[in-house]
Design a protein around this ligand. Structure first.
Ligand SMILES: Cc1ncc(COP(=O)(O)O)c(C=O)c1O
Length: 340
């Protein structure tokens, strides 16, 4: 069996999540979310966010991002994000297609945005020839595996609020960020002023399903129509909701994410001493970025799945997930050392 360090998406479904799907598979229930599983899962979001939020289950992360952003933006407004953002690089232009809006990217080495990079966009405000700042989208944890502290998020949200801009957070790997900082969702999201987030769980043990979470329920008004128009309304929603119930039960989501993060730390520790391998990013969550000699990339790829992140400096990305074991890490490091 070829193990994967390519993406946490390559992991199987967590057995407790799979069991929850099976357990939900016995009776008839009303479709499209009017079922007890969806109600229970929505309540669990309220509990975890420490307040009443509005939750909408959707089919995938791109759908979560695009529908959430479409809801809060007008076509003449811009979406500001880091140059590394998934919405910019990996959604096939869906945000632009569905919103009709312009994406404005800001260069970023670690995937984070900073207020001083956003301030220049204010020069367009009120000038009819320029698209108007509408939404800032940040990713937590970032595409480079880095985490924003709550203070950093708050600084961006204060800036956004002051300038009538909404703040969206792409939380495809929110669990890894919460586990890394060891704080609650309330502290990270609800109290920092995020308006809407895409809550990811597929990379952390679900078969499929993500959620759009509005922190201010009033902002969610009419979102159900956007979800439907965006083709993100699942008829058999109970199977998605049942997965979220298992996800939150006994803090499974944090246990799986903490484990994935720990495995990335272990990998980083074990390769740090290898002179030909250079870590290119601090390891804060479940991603390890390193540059390695180009001649070993292909032979290593024959043994393990992983991606080359940047061909210019032979930088690769190795990701861990809830099922990565210490043995996997040892075997991988041995394979790496053998090739060197
Ligand atoms: C940062 C980020 N956002 C969103 C997504 C969601 O993507 P998908 O539409 O494949 O579920 C991903 C998946 O790789 C991601 O890495």
């Amino acid at each position: 069996m070829k193990r994967s360090f390519a993406s946490d998406n390559n992991a199987p479904v967590h057995p407790e999540v799979m069991q929850a799907i099976i357990d939900a598979n016995h009776e008839d229930y009303v479709s499209y979310g009017d079922d007890p599983y969806t109600k229970e899962a929505s309540n669990l979001f309220n509990e975890n966010f420490g307040r009443e939020v509005k939750v909408f289950f959707v089919c995938n992360g791109t759908g979560a991002n695009v529908s959430a952003i479409s809801h809060l933006i007008r076509p003449w407004q811009t979406i500001m994000c880091a140059s590394t953002a998934h919405i910019h690089n990996d959604e096939c232009g869906a945000p632009e297609k569905f919103t009709g809006s312009k994406l404005h990217t800001v260069p970023s080495e670690d995937g984070k945005l900073r207020v001083k990079q956003l301030e220049p966009f204010l020069h367009s405000v009120g000038f009819e020839h320029h698209a108007q700042p509408g939404i800032i989208s940040i990713t937590q944890s970032t595409e480079l595996g880095m985490v924003y502290t709550p203070d950093e998020i708050k600084e961006i949200s204060d800036f956004a609020r002051k300038n009538n801009i909404y703040l969206h957070l792409d939380g495809a790997r929110i669990a890894n960020a919460v586990a890394a900082l060891n704080i609650s969702l309330e502290e990270m999201i609800a109290l920092t002023g995020v308006d809407v987030m895409s809550f990811g769980a597929t990379k952390n043990g679900l078969m499929m399903g993500e959620a759009v979470v509005f922190l201010n329920p009033e902002l969610a008004k009419d979102f159900e129509y956007i979800r439907k128009q965006s083709m993100q309304l699942a008829s058999k929603m109970r199977y998605m909701s049942a997965q979220f119930i298992a996800h939150f039960k006994n803090d499974l989501w944090l246990k799986t994410a903490s484990h994935a993060n720990r495995m990335a730390q272990l990998l980083a520790e074990k390769i740090r001493h290898i002179p030909q391998v250079k870590l290119t990013m601090p390891v804060q969550t479940n991603a390890v970025f390193a540059s390695i000699p180009p001649e070993i990339i292909q032979p290593l790829k024959e043994k393990y799945y992983f991606y080359v992140w940047n061909e210019k400096n032979n930088e690769v990305r190795w990701m861990t997930h809830f099922q990565t074991t210490e043995q996997d890490i040892d075997d991988f490091v041995r394979a790496l050392e053998d090739l060197l």
